[in-house]
Design a protein around this ligand. Structure first.
Ligand code: DLL
Length: 432
């Protein structure tokens, strides 16, 4: 079901018109109300009235995470605090977090955007939805919660962690949809198997994943183990949280909420805008955000846009799967590689579980990579020759696909850390 055909099935011309009108509106607001933007514009002699076409957006300087940090906590807000009804913050590990504020209207738009992606994944008001994202400053829990409640689904805000209790709710409340990070939903599958929660004892049918990427191989594992169909959605705190884009059941990219976000793709090195269909860094501009307008925010996420019509009937442009973040890219002996590419290679193999860790080290002047892979079956540990053989196979497959020579270490079942939120797959041990 298409949640809002009037907004999700427009012609390209209609999207362009809406985007241009809203772009002008937000640029004016940002200039008039946020001293940071006024300063940025004045420094280069740019005035809001210079934005006459969508392409003119390229005149505006980029905004980065550092700009949000430098203006911590509220200096980028375009509304006084009595108009701000919610704060969220990003999950940065170092320094001050990024703080964002929402007005009542921002909350309405957010709900609508989530309802659209949930409907695209086949969720309806008859579903019982268990949200296993963390609630709190992270936008995942509350973001999905409000949108799903808005569409009339029954929401179980069970939050992340306490896996056995999650399974009890799932069985007793008859959850039909699970919403969380793919790594946690995968971990829950493992706990379910240990506790004998078999397919006949639960009613799950759909998974909504986001907050981190996952490869097609990882999705297959999760779908098989739970017996469900999964879609993914994308977003980031700085521009709203979840709700930027979401996949439909055709699984051919994530439909962007074009009436809320203007998207550009820029070259990773030159930082110049490139053809949107080419791969590069995604830059987003909010088109409706009252609380904290974001002009040309550099997401650091690598993707590209597809415009070809989708069979589902929605006409919105789609983002392809995020390949990784520019700051997660590893350079191993001169070869660029994203952790997701390694995941894609190893998860397609037999005898190993979908859990892995990557250790990057400095040896001499070289960066080296150790790929730690967990065995699915512990009995293999008893046969040295089998282990040797599997290690050689994995190494050859990584080399064949990604041209990097990695050290492969096999470890026993359930030895690699499991995550309830976003998984951490890379340990960087290089001296910087
Ligand atoms: O993760 C918002 C979100 C919550 C989206 C729940 C979807 C579902 P942040 O914590 O600010 O916000 O992290 C944003 O997470 O820049 C991406 O690098 C990554 N990310 C989010 N969704 C995906 C995805 C939320 N589907 C950062 N695929 C983003 C790949 C994703 N990466």
């Amino acid at each position: 079901m298409i949640w809002n055909p009037e907004k999700e099935c427009l012609s390209r011309k209609e999207y362009d018109e809406i985007q241009l009108e809203r772009l002008k509106w937000i640029v004016n607001r940002a200039y008039d109300r946020v001293p940071f933007y006024k300063r940025r514009f004045d420094e280069i002699g740019l005035k809001p009235e210079h934005i006459k076409t969508l392409k003119d957006i390229e005149l505006i300087p980029y905004t980065t995470k550092d700009d949000l940090r430098d203006n911590y906590p509220f200096d980028l807000f375009a509304e006084p605090m009595d108009k701000i009804v919610r704060l969220h913050a990003s999950s940065g590990t170092t320094g001050k977090p990024v703080v964002v504020g929402y007005t009542k209207n921002d909350m309405e738009v957010w709900k609508e955007n989530i309802a659209r992606l949930a409907a695209a994944a086949g969720v309806t008001n008859k579903d019982v939805v268990q949200i296993v994202f963390g609630y709190g400053m992270f936008t995942g829990g509350f973001g999905l919660h409000q949108g799903l409640e808005h569409m009339g689904a029954t929401v179980i805000p069970s939050s992340a962690g306490n896996s056995e209790r999650q399974l009890m709710f799932m069985e007793d409340f008859g959850s039909t949809v699970i919403v969380g990070t793919p790594s946690y939903v995968l971990h829950l599958a493992e706990v379910a198997e240990e506790h004998g929660l078999t397919r006949d004892k639960h009613k799950l049918r759909v998974g909504l994943f986001g907050g981190e990427g996952h490869t097609a191989e990882m999705r297959q594992q999760i779908e098989k183990r739970w017996g469900i169909i999964c879609t993914e959605n994308y977003g980031l705190t700085e521009v709203q949280g979840p709700g930027v884009s979401g996949e439909c059941l055709e699984h051919c990219g994530m439909h962007i909420n074009e009436d809320s976000f203007y998207y550009e793709i820029i070259d990773r090195e030159t930082l110049k805008p490139i053809d949107k269909e080419e791969e590069g860094e995604l830059v987003l501009t909010t088109l409706t955000k009252e609380g904290i307008p974001m002009l040309r925010y550099r997401t650091k996420d690598i993707t590209n846009i597809e415009f070809a019509p989708c069979k589902c009937g929605r006409t919105t442009a789609r983002m392809t799967k995020v390949k990784g973040r520019t700051d997660d890219m590893l350079i191993i002996k001169g070869v660029n590689v994203f952790p997701s590419q390694i995941e894609g290679v190893i998860l397609g193999m037999d005898k190993i579980s979908p859990h892995y860790m990557l250790y990057v080290r400095n040896e001499g002047f070289m960066d080296t990579l150790e790929v730690q892979v967990e065995l699915a079956d512990g009995s293999l540990l008893e046969s040295y020759s089998e282990l040797e053989k599997l290690t050689r196979e994995i190494r050859a497959k990584i080399k064949g696909n990604l041209l990097i020579d990695a050290k492969v270490t096999l470890v026993g079942p359930k030895t690699i850390e499991r995550f309830t939120g976003k998984a951490k797959h890379v340990v960087d041990l290089r001296n910087k």
